[in-house]
Ligand binder design. Sequence first.
Ligand SMILES: Nc1ncnc2c1ncn2[C@@H]1O[C@H](COP(=O)(O)OP(=O)(O)OP(=O)(O)O)[C@@H](O)[C@H]1O
Ligand SMILES: [Mg+2]
Length: 219
Amino acid sequence: MIELKNIRKSYKTRHETLEVLKGISLTVPEHSLVMLLGESGSGKSTLCNLLGLLDTATSGEYYLNGIPVHTLSSAERTKLRREQVSFVFQNYNLIPTMTAFENIELPLGYRNVAKKERLAIVENALHSVGLSERAGHRPAELSGGEQQRVAIARALVMNPSLLIADEPTGNLDRTTTKEIMKTLTEAGRKKTIFMVTHNEELTSYADIVIRLKRGEIEL
Ligand SMILES: Nc1ncnc2c1ncn2[C@@H]1O[C@H](COP(=O)(O)OP(=O)(O)OP(=O)(O)O)[C@@H](O)[C@H]1O
Ligand SMILES: [Mg+2]
């Protein structure tokens, strides 16, 4: 479960303090698919970075599965992030010199998963995103949608309790978007997913829809 209580985030620039999140409170039960909508600059990515433990709030409380994140040291936060959170970014962030297989395998290596076990996990992940036949392709040899599916598979093999996807279907066509939503909703039965989108149609997949407007939740 995720609980935010009056989360504020401001950025100090040279001349002013910019309030980007102005008191966000929300409760999200485990295994929810949450969609985050709102116009450009409303604070969606900022909120994702806080939820994903990449950044800290200026004030307010954040409980992730009962852990008071707002009281943790930076090292403790990093540890928690590595254990519980995975990200899918709009620009995929795949390693260009590695094949699809190797990109998905990479995080498992960091976790000291044995080679034989890694093989089985990666093959299963490739299958689940429909890319078994593209295992040996490098990112440049994959379409945009295929690259995004590799990025999702890489995030899922970590088996995070929380998956943050900031516009994962941003540049994709309807068919590919549908495939990706299918992968995410299937995965979502076992984890909480926060997904940013500009696409109103996708809200039909969501358990919870959050609309941000200038740093506040629109009711
Ligand atoms: N590091 C930073 N320093 C100063 N201002 C920032 C910083 N990061 C973001 N902002 C400002 O915070 C506001 C919210 O940014 P954010 O990236 O969260 O928006 P968004 O809702 O994700 O928009 P988009 O749909 O365009 O991705 C913007 O006005 C942005 O200029
Ligand atoms: Mg953004």
